[in-house]
Design a binder for this molecule. Sequence first.
Ligand SMILES: [Zn+2]
Length: 66
Amino acid sequence: MPRILTTCPTTGTLVPTGQRAPAFDLTTMGEGHAFRCPACDKPHVWHAEDAVVEAQMSLPAYSSAA
Ligand SMILES: [Zn+2]
């Protein structure tokens, strides 16, 4: 399953929550998931509206056009 990422409120960078999405629709995940941030080592709580699923991000390395 793809990883769930969210923005760290301390560093402003996108960090993995350590959780994975069973579906691309994060609204099915419920609200208020706590995790320890790998960027600042503090606990945060992420919500569906400020989280993204890794596989939805466009990665240039995945392009097979060349
Ligand atoms: Zn953080």
